[in-house]
Design a protein around this ligand. Structure first.
Ligand code: HEM
Length: 430
């Protein structure tokens, strides 16, 4: 298979190492743009000797790879995949994981996506919108009338998990329980853990999974399963196809793993992007109808992901002139791709009116992001409320006293972003 039309025959392998691309180095985390540009210029695709995987950087190749089912996100296709546990060794976490969107076959994945569609329909999502609106207002009420505050502490670390709890219908009194469950779920699916740490995290997920199993069982025997998110999943059918308990729990897990970390970064990077580009902040205040494209552009411009998305080759393939062998791992480096000058003129400018046609900010192909609605609602509500309350806000001390969690497993996670609200000046002027 050849997904680069110009080079039918594979060329000699192009290799890089951590001197060219080290996603974990503090320097890269603070200033990634130079590295992305070098990768785009010199290495649209290359074998990373230390990471033992292909790194694909150009927008064109990332787009093609994501759209090609021959490259699967399932680690089971990896040449170094650990042996599967036997059925008797598996617990509910393992069984749920087996049903995950990132693990099942392409055919089962299609079935899962089809059956989950009603749960993401307008009527169900409309109800979630109202619940998240309250949450956002509560969050800003708690910030109050201060001169300065930290966006990570006050917003980004608080909203996302609670928003997902509302989305999956966890009762208010159980939000702390859900939060602890989410922490263990995210931990249990990380790659860089010792066997002991992973086992502890897996055990930590079991009470939460037991809660969802009970909830699903109750809905199954109820006269009507309910018109909320879980109810829609229980009721979903397509011919004889239905979602079983592990399918439904795997969707909840997917929302937690793919939706809580990303949404945390969405909040800090959105505010950082807007306040470090005051012309765009003002433009959004004047033209709120630009909100949807502003969110995508802020995600593109900020690019918080440091570790590329994983794919594994299910057959030999020539990509950009390089021979990828069956079983090899591939890092689809979308953060670099989102800064590709071949795709985006003035790639380094935040422009909320930019033409974003063909963007891959939420991926592409079969695994296209399932959470775009929540991103739009949560991000849009948060930014609108921020604008309403702090129209004259600026980054404190010029850069918001910006700091990162340099050990975060996959993101350039901002853990401090101080904002000067300029509320007093606003009140004096009023
Ligand atoms: C905040 C910004 C977000 C960004 C930039 C983002 C981006 C992406 C991207 C690029 C993919 C494709 C990954 C791949 O192909 O390997 C993806 C998949 C996914 N996203 Fe998001 N996402 C965001 C938020 C969310 C949220 C809030 C949720 C959940 C509520 C979510 C749920 C998912 C799920 C479940 C998948 C996997 C879909 C599948 O495999 O079929 N995402 N996302």
């Amino acid at each position: 298979m050849n997904i680069s039309d110009n080079t039918p025959e594979p060329q000699a392998r192009i290799e890089i190492d951590s001197r060219v691309f080290n996603p974990f180095s503090p320097d890269f985390i603070r200033h990634p743009r130079e590295t992305w540009q070098r990768l785009l210029r010199e290495y649209p695709i290359a074998w990373h000797k230390e990471l033992q995987m292909w790194i694909v950087n150009s927008h064109e190749l990332c787009d093609k790879l994501l759209k090609n089912n021959q490259f699967t996100p399932s680690y089971r296709a990896w040449e170094f995949a650990p042996p599967e546990k036997s059925e008797s060794e598996k617990n509910d976490f393992d069984r749920t994981f087996d049903h995950s969107l990132f693990v099942v076959s392409a055919r089962d994945h299609l079935k899962l996506r089809k059956l989950t569609m009603p749960a993401f329909s307008k009527p169900v999502m409309g109800k979630i919108d109202a619940k998240i609106r309250d949450l956002v207002v509560e969050c800003f009420d708690a910030i109050g009338d201060v001169a300065e505050f930290d966006v990570y502490e006050a917003i980004a670390s608080k909203l996302p998990v609670r928003a997902i709890a509302r989305m999956v219908g966890v009762p208010l009194g159980m939000e702390d329980f859900f939060h602890d469950f989410s922490v263990q779920v995210v931990k249990a699916t990380r790659v860089n853990l010792s066997a002991k740490e992973r086992e502890e995290a897996v055990q930590g997920t079991l009470p939460g999974l037991a809660y969802f199993k009970r909830t699903i069982a109750e809905r199954r025997v109820a006269v009507h399963p309910g018109d909320d998110f879980i109810g829609s999943l229980v009721a979903a059918s397509d011919g004889n196809d239905r979602l079983d308990d592990y399918d439904i729990m795997s969707i909840v897990l997917a929302l937690i793993t793919a939706g809580s970390d990303t949404a945390t970064d969405l909040h800090t990077y959105a505010i950082h992007g807007l306040l470090s580009n005051p012309d765009q902040y003002r433009l959004l205040q004047q033209r709120p109808e630009l909100m949807e494209s502003a969110i995508i552009e802020l995600l593109r411009w900020g690019s918080f992901g440091k570790v590329p998305f994983f794919r594994f080759a299910t057959a030999d393939a020539v990509v950009g002139g390089q021979l990828i062998k069956k079983g090899q791992a591939i890092g689809v480096n979308v953060s670099a791709a989102w800064h590709d000058p071949q795709k985006y003129q003035d790639w380094d400018r935040l422009d909320i009116q930019r033409n974003l046609a063909g963007n891959i900010v939420f991926g592409a192909g079969a695994h296209f992001c399932i959470g775009t609605f929540l991103v739009r609602v949560q991000g849009g509500l948060m930014i609108s409320e921020f604008i309403k309350r702090f129209p004259n806000a600026e980054l404190a001390n010029g850069d918001g006293d910006l700091d990162y969690d340099y050990k975060h497993h996959n993101a350039r996670r901002i853990v401090r972003l101080r904002v000067n609200t300029n509320r007093k000046a606003q009140q004096r002027a009023a």
